[in-house]
Design a protein around this ligand. Sequence first.
Ligand SMILES: [Zn+2]
Length: 148
Amino acid sequence: MWNSEGIGLAAPQIGLPISLVVIDLDPLAEDYPEYKDFRRVYINAHIIETSEDTVSMEEGCLSVPGIHEKVSRPTRIRVQYLDENMQEHDEWVEGFLARAMQHEFDHLEGKVFVDRLSPLRRQMNKNRLMNLLRGKAHCTYKTKRILK
Ligand SMILES: [Zn+2]
């Protein structure tokens, strides 16, 4: 994740069938000082409430190399999770962290951000998506095609 400038990774992305997500927002600290040294582990995380207002932001994903698209998601979310010390948390989150959490927690359900694109945007990325499905990904890290 660090080598590829990712800021989050979910266990299923590396083939682990567990509900674990890591998020490291420290690379954003230059623009968002509040994320300095922000490195967290989220175990068995669930979004239990979301704000009605949404915000559109560009996303990319280590599991979908080469595609960056704007995705609309709730601005604020209420999450429950365990941290690395198995301490329970129940909190409202907003901003970039809410975005990263929603993206990563989708992975726990087998979803990637392109599943949330409009049919038009998906159509416009069709060739790139088809190449990924065929195992033709161009990226700097080792990948494994898991879709048959
Ligand atoms: Zn991702």
